[in-house]
Design a protein around this ligand. Structure first.
Ligand SMILES: Cc1cc2nc3c(=O)[nH]c(=O)nc-3n(C[C@H](O)[C@H](O)[C@H](O)COP(=O)(O)OP(=O)(O)OC[C@H]3O[C@@H](n4cnc5c(N)ncnc54)[C@H](O)[C@@H]3O)c2cc1C
Length: 436
């Protein structure tokens, strides 16, 4: 590896760079884990051609590299480990093809901007991570990001139809096709999605759009029972989110658990019918609920839950587990018991995309409880495994969950994954220290 020679070549190609010890390099290397990045140097391509040329120069000099969008990842996936940071945030071209219901985007486009561009044409790009205002589509693809809308529309993977990557040998590959169905050999975009930059760098993507339902209604069910979870899910809402009592208190100030439902429709009549159906089920059991077409506020505040949680402690660790739906009541009861035996100074709250079985289990504490917090997190991981779940439904493995991966994916499968990585990344340069 010859970092000096690589930097000279990048500069000769007029591709912007920053030395790893420049103060701004810290900002380009850090992510939502708040760990210290170990950055060789930062590369800031301004075009797709520059991004591809930069990767090829790094490959030629055998420089490990970490692709990066906005650094909102929660698992250390974008954290460089003695590697060059490839910042994609300047690549923001976005073209909507309303006829084909496809968006062609560069990786640095913010998810929220893609959603707005689609809306201008009466279309919807459904994936809605709470970070949509500042996370990139490239980062969403790499982590297979999801959100409340995943219940109805699926995660980022369900929308990625075609992807262009430059792999760890410097080869440009176009995988998939800009069409809505595919049975023409292996569907490889599905594998790139969720690979967290370990197979290659996404330089362009073609995402599926859908017609945008014009009418929506919001329902808050206060203090739901476990039966409510199953009943309401069976009524097929567009989104079904859960806040336990501690999360509910952070959002509303009142210590109550909540189920949040969103209904969507293309006509008034269709929406009214859905509202009637659901209200009938709720009223019959005398539950307290609010319904309305103007009740968006709690959803907006819910998106701030992650930042709000720092009121409970300076140090946060979180799991992003996904469980079979039928095991959720068991997990929530267990979490309640766990809460009761946490040491003083430690707080636990659970919220998430209940309809998908995807729960965020957050632990807040002071710095001096770091060892204890690790032990509690381990308990949560073991309990998830016992209930037949997985450790990530949408945030990925990154660096933080590598140790636990072996509990969920058996060795022959990990061997297969290593073999696939070798095909895309023969010199082991793509995002070292992540996932496997
Ligand atoms: C407040 C908050 C709320 C969040 N809410 C959600 C949520 O609701 N749902 C959810 O799924 N996530 C959520 N996240 C996590 C995070 O926003 C997502 O993982 C998001 O997809 C990361 O996008 P990014 O642009 O910040 O990527 P980064 O953090 O920069 O990178 C994430 C991973 O993607 C890789 N990567 C980035 N760009 C590329 C590329 N062009 N090619 C290849 N690999 C690349 C990186 O190497 C890294 O492994 C939240 C985070 C925060 C801080």
């Amino acid at each position: 590896m010859n970092a000096v020679a690589a930097l000279k070549e990048l500069q000769a190609a007029r591709i912007d760079t920053l030395p790893g010890d420049a103060p701004a390099a810290f900002a380009y290397g850090a992510d939502a884990t708040f760990r210290t990045p170990d950055t060789l140097f930062v590369v800031l391509p301004a075009t797709e051609e520059e991004l591809i040329a930069a990767v090829r120069i790094l490959v030629e000099h055998r420089i490990p590299m970490t692709p990066r969008g906005s650094g909102t990842g929660t698992t250390g996936g974008a954290l460089p480990e003695r590697s060059a940071v490839l910042f994609t945030g300047r690549l923001t071209a976005c073209r909507i093809d309303a006829g084909d219901l496809i968006a062609e985007v560069e990786p640095g486009v913010l998810t929220g901007d893609l959603k707005k561009e689609a809306e201008k044409q009466g279309l919807l790009y459904p994936p809605d991570p709470a970070s949509h205002a500042y996370a990139t589509v490239g980062g969403n693809i790499a982590t297979n990001a999801g959100g409340p809308s995943s219940l109805r529309y699926g995660t980022t993977r369900d929308h990625l139809r075609k992807v262009r990557i430059v792999d760890g040998a410097g080869k440009v590959r176009e995988l998939g096709a800009a069409v809505h169905k595919f049975s023409t050999g292996y569907f490889l975009p599905g594998m790139i999605c969720g690979s967290e930059g370990t197979l290659g760098v996404v330089t362009r993507a073609w995402m599926k759009l859908v017609p945008c339902p014009r009418f929506a209604s919001f329902i808050e069910v206060v203090a739901p029972t476990f039966e409510d979870l199953a009943t309401l899910r069976s009524l097929a809402p567009a989104a079904l989110e859960y806040l336990d009592a501690r999360a509910g208190e952070l959002v509303t100030g009142s210590r109550q658990s909540y189920l949040l439902l969103r209904l969507e429709a293309f006509t008034e009549a269709e929406l009214a019918e859905q509202e009637r159906r659901i209200a009938g089920r709720l009223t019959s059991a005398g539950r307290f609920f609010r319904m309305g077409r103007d009740k968006k506020e709690i959803w907006a505040v819910r998106e701030l839950l992650s930042p709000l949680s720092y009121q409970l402690g300076e140090r946060k660790t979180a799991q992003d587990i996904v469980l079979p739906f039928s095991r959720i009541p068991e997990f929530l009861q267990w979490a309640e018991l766990l809460r009761g035996r946490l040491p003083a100074g430690m707080e636990l709250f659970v919220f998430g995309h209940l309809g998908d079985g995807n729960l965020h289990v957050n632990l807040l504490s002071s710095q001096d409880l770091a060892v204890e917090a690790k032990r509690v997190q381990r308990e949560i991981v073991i309990q998830t495994r016992q209930l037949g779940g997985l450790i990530s439904g949408e945030h990925g493995i990154g660096r933080e969950r590598r140790e636990a991966l072996g509990l969920f994916i058996d060795e022959p499968t990990r061997e297969l994954m290593r073999g696939i990585k070798k095909l895309f990344d023969p010199y082991d340069l793509m995002n070292p220290g992540k996932v496997l």
